[in-house]
Ligand binder design. Structure first.
Ligand code: 8YV
Length: 315
């Protein structure tokens, strides 16, 4: 087995430094030297370390014939061609669990910020608008009906947090979760029709592309709010922008977008929308834990050809 490591895409600086210093890793160039680099080194690469931002698409995988493992820094790996990896017996590891708390915390923060308009109120104060008029009334969060699309680890952690706010919870997942105390909805549209806040916590990729389409957003309706800490691809973003501009839904809290880091310009002026720069897992503590888990996966693969936290499709 080839033990050569390749970094694909930007990584947390300390992780990139460790890979170079401790593992003598190569770094895939992102310029016109890439083809020559791959011609020279592609056949020697045994493992790739990457993130969901870049991943290993099929065309890159095809140029790495000795590839045995893809170590993904992040829980989402939708930019890696999982089918191609499975067909070739390439393992993929991700970093589940260690980021669940921070991503769930972000979902709650986004919901409170969006309904109570906290970021907009901060702008109001900074602009010097708090002179005589009081701030416009906002919407209460506690007790709102919350629907969660994707009741995996993160969806469950979000549900637990909202329960503490007295919110009735329902959910939609590909399959009903056995033993779950929450009401199951057979489709995202059925779920959206019955809730005030629709939270997206499902994985990205082709299976969930535009799972939340115009029909689902219309079912959420003019009093409903969308919170997305999953992937931009899960939502029909054009329909979302249209409905936000026309009052078809009440507001949205977004950490993810279709074409990051591009954020639709139309949303910039809207105070009923909170826009975050894909920061959900971005705390010192969680990113350190993700880094450690990525390195533990790499060490395990180098030691015995397995990984600690394989993704389900290729374990
Ligand atoms: C990113 C995320 O991976 O884990 C995920 O799927 O979306 C984030 O944690 C993180 O930004 C690293 O690139």
């Amino acid at each position: 087995m080839s033990r050569r490591i390749l970094q694909v895409g930007p990584l947390k600086p300390s992780l990139a430094a460790t890979l170079t210093e401790r593992y003598d890793a190569l770094v895939l160039p992102d310029d016109d030297t890439r083809a020559a680099f791959l011609a020279e080194h592609g056949a020697s690469i045994g493992a790739v370390v990457t993130t969901g931002r870049t991943g290993v698409p099929a065309d890159l995988m095809a140029q790495l014939p000795a590839l045995g493992a893809i170590v993904n820094f992040g829980v989402g790996y939708d930019t890696t061609d999982v089918e191609a990896a499975a067909a070739r017996g390439v393992l993929i590891s991700n970093t589940p669990d260690v980021l669940t708390d921070c991503v769930a915390d972000t979902a709650i923060g986004l919901a409170i910020d969006t309904l109570r308009r906290l970021s907009a109120a901060d702008r109001f104060v900074r602009r010097g608008d708090w002179s005589g008029a009081s701030y416009p009334l906002t919407r209460k969060v506690s007790g709102k009906r919350v629907g969660i699309v994707g009741l995996g680890r993160i969806g469950q952690a979000i549900a637990t947090r909202f329960e503490a706010f007295g919110c009735p919870i329902s959910y939609h997942s590909r399959r009903e979760v056995p033993g779950s105390p929450y009401a199951y909805a057979a489709s995202p549209a059925d779920l959206a029709a019955d809730v005030d806040i629709l939270v997206l916590a499902t994985s990205g990729g082709s299976g969930t592309q535009h799972l939340v389409d115009r029909q689902v957003l219309e079912a959420l309706g003019p009093d409903g709010y969308l919170i997305n800490i999953a992937r931009g691809s899960v939502v029909d973003q054009d329909a979302l922008v249209d409905l936000l501009l026309t009052g078809g839904i009440a507001g949205a809290g977004l950490d993810v977008y279709t074409d990051e880091p591009t954020v639709p310009a139309e949303l910039m002026a809207l105070d009923n929308v909170v826009l975050l720069p894909h920061l959900a897992s971005g705390t010192v503590e969680t990113r350190a834990a993700m880094e450690q888990l990525a390195l533990d996966n790499l060490d395990r693969w180098l030691a015995d050809g397995t990984v600690l936290t394989p993704v389900p499709e290729v374990s």
